[in-house]
Design a protein around this ligand. Sequence first.
Ligand code: ADP
Length: 849
Amino acid sequence: MKRNEVDRSKISPMMLQYLEIKDNYEDSIIFFRLGDFYEMFFEDAAICSRVLELTLTGKNAGLDERVPMCGVPHHSATSYIDTLIDNGYKVAICEQLEDPKNTKKMVKRDVIQVVTRGTRLDDHIDAKDNNFIASIYDFGYCYGISYSDISTGEFYVTLIDKKEEILVREVCKNNFKEIIVNDDMDRGIVNTLRTNFGVLVSIRKDMLEEDEYSYIYKDLKDERLITTIKHLLCYILENKKGELKHLQKAIFIKSNDHLLFDNNTKRNLELVETIRNRERQYSLLWLLDKTKTAMGSRFLKQNIESPLTNKEDINRRFDMIEVLQTEFILRDDLIKELDGVYDLERLVSRISYGNLNARDMIQLKNSLSHLPRIKEILEKLKYNKTINTLDEVYELLDKSINENAPIGLREGNLIKSGYNSELDEIKSISSGSKEFILSMEKEERERTGINNLKVGFNKVFGYYIEVSNGSKDKIKDEFGYERKQTLTNCERFITPLLKEKENIILSAEEKIINLEYKLFMGIREVVKRYISEIQSVSKVISEVDMLQSFSIVSEANKYVRPSIVSEKVIKMKDCRHPVVEKVMKDGYVSNDVDMGVDTDILLITGPNMAGKSTYMRQTAITIIMAQIGCFVPCTSCTIPIFDKIFTRIGASDDLVSGESTFMVEMKEANFALSEATEDSLILFDELGRGTATYDGMSLAQAILEYIHDKKKSKTMFSTHYHELTVLEQDLDRLKNVHVAASEEDGKLTFLHKIKNGAIDKSYGIHVASIAHLPKSLINRALEILDVYEAKKVKKETFTQTSLFDNIEEEQQENPLLEKIKNIKPLEMTPMDALSFVYEINKEASEEEE
Ligand code: ADP
């Protein structure tokens, strides 16, 4: 039976309540609280029985047919919710809002929160990774993107050009777990994000109306940014329903604030996970992560995904690494202190949202206890940022919260004695009465002469006096004993005095629990006032932790401080691939990269397996390491700041789009060629090999010429078409290098050494023989090769004048067009835009005259 087939006039009142709630949460699975269970009904029940492997039953609801139902016990609901979230569902938790004992009518119920992939605040999110939820707002001519990690409070916003590739780059860079889009968003893109990138995408129209959270965007002027933020906030607040005052002011990220690269680059360079197993181990992140705090680890990952472009900031980090390496005793101290700091960012979000317990408070206190020493060390190291040690918060927590407090807030034992006099008084009354009861046993034994008389307690009868059957006769009326319970071998009694003391104890215990809860909430309120200070401390700690990690890793692996220059040169001496080097232990052959101001393109030839792609990868990784402020795996390194990196190495991740590998390769090449600037790095590995030899070779040449003449980006282009090496004669900023291999008695040895000049021949067949193809087959291939070599097309064919020479002439650049091309619409104010239109209109009219 389906939900929308139900006749609501006939259905039971409780089921009607369910349906009315469900109407508001169409896209979520409702966990409907019934006593000790959460029950799911109708289509939700069908999904849950399948995904969670639960038995599908039915519930009578006044209809002819039973309503499909399945359920889970409330105390084990979390793991079921996790499974649903991992499978891409959202779960709305619908609770009983009143105690069934206190009402004769039907219990009120409502959704208290919706758990979604991007809005989780529990322990199930990865401590070493951010959990970003984003709004992507299609404005017709550009996209606004706002994103937040509500478990840490970070909030960012940016504007990007309306290009699918750029959008995908942003989504993958930040690893968005969940996205909401506005109604205008192209459904094709929504599907790509869902199917190719596994992101949970919902289309939402609503906008935040109240302005309680306006502090998040009030410093921003651009309405587009504000709209995107309000769109996201509306969704978050609708789902979380609690207080989220730890959300920080949104930081506007400009497109040139960071070194940009797309998801293929991130994957192919194995920056945060390996291609093969998608694991952190053996990625660059794994290598560099010697951080001590979860905050530091997350910050490092953010940096690797978005390196810096500001020279001063980068140099400041290098300075700190140098200081940490000289002051290694202080560094050891710092590391010890950092080790004791818990995840302050996530603790703070729990304080704000209200789901924290006394143990979180103790973790907070213990973390704060390290701040004075950290501050002192940072001062000694002359670090450019300092921290507030938050002494008053530490003192408050130290005198109030019990070290051994339980997890539950309604069990008492939260607050230390000496913190609140009322609490101490009730506690002393209660313990006085307990002591009285303890001494009562001795007194009653003496009074009655019954030596085995006991005073005991149980939950049903409270305190009692127990007398064994053998001594029952000794009880006299004057003792004032009142029989309460008869057991097989004893009899239990109470006395008015015992009950009086019991009353005091029990009411005191209830009072203690309530008062402790109230005091705990008061302490939480005080701590809440320090949320933004704690967040500032977290920021400094994250960076310092990352830098100490860099200094340790750099020292252990002999990395050096790169020098960042404004000339467009790449000079790397003895550069290594940091991860391959680490894994190989010894035997890694280091290589130089020598691209002066007059070299834009390195054409790298060499047999397969020689080490061409490793060489290109290590160059890009070295640049990324430098731009996150880490030392680099070279003996010396001079580079400029890069704005973007494009790579076309290895397999693409766009496997589901149904396009051929070659098509994807060409699309990616196109994206690189259109987006790259003189400040970009392009790595093309065997571009064009996916088509016929001459096609591939011609394309490769045309692309090289295009980059050389038009883009002037620093480019490394590997190829095994050694025919292309003659281009060096025509393209003056192209230089040939090759990976040396030695051939002796027909046996090939890879030396992995990059040398100047072109390779003389291709060794494809040798590589095939290393792979143990049949001997007869290899011999036959060598025979065929001889025939081809004999007929070889003359090299000159390929060195005809650049294809673009003609185009150049045809398209005499129009200065007005150049001007329009060069503007940055996203960075203009409406006033700038208007004056620009006025200006070009004027110029165009003048030209006509
Ligand atoms: P190509 O791109 O030329 O086909 P790769 O870069 O994929 O070759 O390298 C092939 C193998 O050679 C890699 O698995 C790597 O382990 C090894 N290798 C590459 N460069 C080096 C080097 N500089 N030193 C030692 N081994 C290397």
